[in-house]
Design a protein around this ligand. Structure first.
Ligand code: FAD
Length: 444
């Protein structure tokens, strides 16, 4: 039985903050969720407005055509299926972004979470008190006016769920300051039309890079995608796509006359560079007393990507890992944090956690894994999630969900970004059958 019930500040009401609030309350705690925008859903709130400052952070980073990169069945929370239910829903296996927002809002309603969320309230400072509690300073919009006011409250614990797709990371390109074209980050790309007839260089060929390149290739004169993993001599048409879509290795430099020069010496006169180069972790509201820092995109020291050993369990982070099934992982991490805070789950000692974190970092260094990929779980994802499930004394993530995820990842590589439409080819039906059998328990 839970032995401690705490007042917990949750920062952010995206998918992570919502499920953290649910797990905390289920465990008997009293969560308060701070959300700086005017609605829940985080990343999934689409904002058509991409304004004139294209390299700065913005609330929404979705493009109009964005579809999920995971099959919907595998993407939802573990006990709240992400299924197309009504006639107005997008029934596709990889639905459009609006469907995810609908799902998250439905999740918040179903578990009665909206009353826990303080909208338009931005956490500006979190500091540790001598009593080991945490003082949270926030700025909130005064109802019916444009004015804001600052307030403070003390909480027993803080769970950070502020997302990590906000602070754009931009590629360092020699000579770009004198280059006359336009630059933007993928976070301000919305629709292809402004690029009609132009020559566009897209840096990065992860999911967003490929989606955006394909989107633009339909109207642009040429699209040149930069893949830093490609051999230096690469300059080839991307198979299975528009004929104006080219793939290159790294950019070497940009020049005053509008040229972008690639590593192999080839060059194009480009109008636009789009940086699809990801984001940086950022916690502007945390000071030194949080005992973590961000170094080359490693947030650390953190035990199992969640607890800073010196101030655990009163401070925790949900949702840092990358290349994962996000919602399921958020749910397990949140359940772990809630159980540790209540005393139901025992946490390793500070010394043990510190030792484990140091051994983890040494292991990464020893195999040459770049520091900036510390939170990329990749092949270790399921081991990590199974470990979390064990701590929480819960069922492991279902085999069908793991298999579906693995197939989506493999397809993405194999079909050069066309994987969403390649799914419905019959031989994966057994996974859907298993998923639907499981969902029937939740939606009888
Ligand atoms: P967010 O959704 O970013 O939510 C963080 C919230 O915290 C925001 O609402 C923000 O306003 C709030 N906040 C931040 N700072 C403060 C503060 N100081 N005070 C108060 N509030 C604050 N995942 C998938 O599973 N499938 C997909 O197909 C998929 N596609 C993606 C496509 C794109 C372009 C991107 C960027 C991400 C995609 N993801 C996808 C990953 C997605 O980010 C996660 O699924 C998930 O939505 C992240 O949730 P989060 O709560 O961690 O962060």
């Amino acid at each position: 039985m839970p032995s401690r019930s705490l007042r917990v500040a949750v920062i952010g009401a995206g998918a992570a903050g919502l499920v953290a609030a649910r797990e905390l309350r289920r465990e008997g705690h009293a969560p308060v969720v701070f959300e700086r925008t005017d609605g829940v859903g985080g990343t999934w709130v689409y904002d058509a407005d991409a304004d004139a400052e294209p390299l700065r952070p913005r609330r929404s980073n979705l493009y109009a055509s964005l579809r999920t990169n995971l099959p919907r069945e595998c993407m939802g929370f573990l006990d709240f299926p992400f299924a197309a239910a009504g006639p107005d829903d997008d029934p596709r296996r990889f639905p459009g972004h609006a469907e995810v927002l609908r799902y998250l809002r439905e999740f918040a309603r179903r578990f009665d979470l909206l009353g826990l969320v303080r909208l338009q309230t931005e956490v500006v400072r979190v500091s540790r008190e001598a009593s080991e509690s945490w003082r949270v300073r926030y700025s909130r919009k005064v109802a019916g006016s444009e004015k804001r006011e600052s307030e403070e409250e003390v909480f027993d614990a803080v769970v950070v769920c502020n997302g990590h797709y906000y602070q754009p990371h931009v590629a360092d390109i020699a000579g770009v300051d004198a280059w006359p074209g336009k630059q933007l980050h993928s976070n301000s790309y919305r629709v292809p039309e402004p690029f009609r007839g132009q020559v566009v260089v897209v840096i990065g060929c992860s999911i967003s890079g490929m989606d955006i390149s394909k989107d633009i290739a339909g109207v642009a004169k040429e699209v040149h995608v930069v893949n830093r993993s490609a051999p230096a001599s690469t300059y080839e048409r991307l198979p299975g796509h528009h004929t104006n879509l080219w793939i290159h290795s790294m950019v070497d430099r940009a020049e005053r006359d509008g040229s972008v020069v690639f590593q192999d010496g080839s060059r194009v006169r480009a109008d636009v560079i789009i940086h699809c180069t990801g984001y940086k972790y950022s916690f502007p509201f945390l000071g030194d007393d949080a005992t973590i820092s961000v170094d080359d995109n490693r947030v650390g020291p953190l035990y199992k990507h969640v607890f800073p050993p010196r101030v655990a369990p009163q401070l925790s982070f949900i949702g840092l890992p990358l290349r994962v099934i996000p919602f399921a992982l958020f749910e397990l991490q949140s359940n772990w944090v809630a159980g540790v805070l209540s005393g139901r789950i025992e946490l390793a000692s500070e010394e043990e956690m510190t030792r484990e974190v140091m051994a983890f970092y040494s292991g990464l260094d020893a195999c040459g894994w770049p520091r900036r990929y510390t939170h990329v779980l990749g092949d270790f994802e399921f081991k990590y999630e199974d470990w979390l499930a064990g701590q929480c004394r819960r069922e492991k993530i279902e085999d069908w969900r793991k298999e579906m995820y693995a197939v989506a990842v493999k397809d993405n590589v194999e079909y050069h970004g066309n994987y969403r439409d390649m799914w419905d080819d019959g031989y994966r039906d057994h996974l859907l059958v298993q998923a639907n059998r499981e969902f029937a328990q939740h939606f009888p």
